[in-house]
Design a protein around this ligand. Sequence first.
Ligand code: FEO
Length: 190
Amino acid sequence: MTTLSKGFSMFLLSALIMVLLVMIVLGFMLGFTHPLPWVLIGVLIIIPFIHQRIIGNRFVKWDDSLSVGIDTIDADHKKLLSLINQLQTAAHYQTDDEMIESTLNELVDYTRYHFSREEDLMQAANYPDFEAHKQQHAAMIEQVGKFINEYRVDKTRTIDNVCQFLKTWLINHINGSDQKYAPFLKDKSQ
Ligand code: FEO
């Protein structure tokens, strides 16, 4: 969603709330026993919950099925998901550029740190697919670097693409490539 459409949807939400408030006041003119204003109050109360639910779908949640069974790696993955959600929040609420840029930088730094930790473990265990896995990490870092450069040129359009890419990439990577090394690394460490 672009900044413009986000702004428009917030405007629509505010306008809907204003219309409901006016209708509630007018509804009470029909009498306090008339059901219309009470029904409208009910609608007004559930709007924030519906809004929150729609927004909530944009965030990624940790699920035990994502666990690779190695505590340090799971902790890294949880931290990365949390940073992606932080970035999504900053993008959704259109916080200042400095905040978005600092979250992006923290995300890239932590991703590098996590990849390096994971690669050390794979190498120490002589994991046979180590090189292929390492290349996936390098390609991801390169893609994020491109997004960051694009973001600096066109802030409004890029940030949602970055969030979407990071969510999809990380979940697919954990569920795919990371899960493949999990039994191998656990066997070697026993
Ligand atoms: Fe957890 Fe291969 O990144």
